[in-house]
Design a protein around this ligand. Structure first.
Ligand SMILES: [Zn+2]
Length: 107
């Protein structure tokens, strides 16, 4: 397990230890330790987002959350949406991808 540190000038440092006080060598600011976000968590975030954006799916008296429906009925489409979601998060600077791991960037 490695820990990732990040600063405002987008420098990334990987260390084996957590909780270090690192100062960025190029901007002189304190580097922030980023939390790894696992794919399972990103799936949950996407599910919540779909539930917020679309109305529940009703069949007679039964009602289902759209996020759960997409995930269970069409896992390939859900996966595609997940990749799009992750891509958007990365572009918005909220998520950082490093060696196939994702890290949450706190504002
Ligand atoms: Zn820096």
């Amino acid at each position: 397990m490695s820990y990732v540190y990040h600063c405002n000038c987008d420098l990334i440092e990987k260390r084996d230890e957590s909780g270090l006080e690192l100062i960025c060598p190029s901007c002189d600011e304190k580097m922030i330790e980023l939390d790894e976000v696992f794919e399972r968590q990103l799936e949950d975030q996407l599910e919540d987002l779909l539930n917020e954006c679309f109305p529940p799916i009703s069949i007679g008296p039964y009602s289902y959350d759209p996020g759960r429906v997409l995930k269970e009925i069409d896992p390939i489409a859900f996966r595609q949406e997940l990749l799009t979601y992750i891509d958007g998060q990365c572009k918005d600077g909220l998520l950082l991808e490093i060696d196939d791991h994702y890290y949450e960037v706190k504002p």
